[in-house]
Write a protein that binds this ligand. Structure first.
Ligand code: SAH
Length: 214
């Protein structure tokens, strides 16, 4: 399958906004310039809706694709290196998944809504990614057989810290996730041997992390 990765006017505007918001990591910005965000967004009946806009975008099933800034910010904060293994909880549209794949990571991603996951797998396969592994399941359990991971990114919000995911981080592992119900904040977890450091970061608004499959 042919991968068309054009840097469009929409990309330029989005990248300018990301830089204005303070995103500096050139590798992350480059990955975001290569992925066509519109290909991951369902077509809207309203032509004014722009998937590249500085806001989240609805993807159906009551879920949303995160605002580009939040995708970039969470990715940047994980300080990822090519070849690392990352677990993503909440595949959704597959947009964040594609950004991680563009960074040359081995991506393991879990989505609880089977219809959404099946649609997304098809899309990611059409794009030709061979470094993405998708599983339909409950992300609270993580992916033990493929652990330990160098990094974990959670794109739905649990009410409290999911400790099982921390167990699946390797030495020097990093995890970023939103925590909270109404008021949510990003939390960055760093694991060094048996020591776990937690840093509370910016306020965010994510869909809730839900137990079980659907
Ligand atoms: N990163 C996605 C964000 C999608 S919204 C994107 O770029 O499109 C969050 C996703 O998390 C939804 O698809 C939702 O179904 C999923 N989700 C919620 N709870 C989950 C759980 N326990 N396990 C796996 N996925 C979950």
């Amino acid at each position: 399958m042919l991968r068309i990765m054009q840097c469009t006017d929409n990309h330029h505007t989005m990248l300018e906004t990301l830089r204005r918001h303070g995103i500096k990591n050139g590798t992350v910005l480059q990955a975001m310039s290569r992925v066509p965000r519109d290909a991951f967004a369902p077509t809207s009946a309203d032509p004014r809706d722009n998937p590249y806009g500085d806001h989240p975008y609805p993807i159906g099933h009551g879920q949303t694709m995160s605002q580009p800034y939040i995708v970039a910010y969470m990715t940047e904060r994980l300080n990822l290196k090519q070849g690392e293994r990352i677990l993503e909880i909440g595949t959704g549209s597959g947009y964040q998944t594609a950004i991680l794949a563009e960074l040359g990571l081995q991506v393991y991603t879990i989505e609880r809504i089977s219809k959404l996951a099946e649609h997304t797998v098809k899309k990611l396969t059409d794009f030709g990614y061979s470094n993405i592994h998708v599983r339909i399941g409950d992300g609270y359990k993580g992916w033990k057989d493929e652990s330990p991971f160098d990094a974990i990114i959670v794109t739905c919000a649990p009410a409290i810290m999911p400790t099982r995911l921390i167990q699946q981080l390797g030495h020097n592992g990093r995890m970023i996730l939103p925590i909270g119900i109404e008021v949510q904040r990003l939390v960055l977890v760093r694991k060094k041997g048996d020591t776990i450091e937690e840093e509370t970061d910016i306020g965010v608004r994510f869909v809730p992390m839900v137990h079980g499959e659907s």
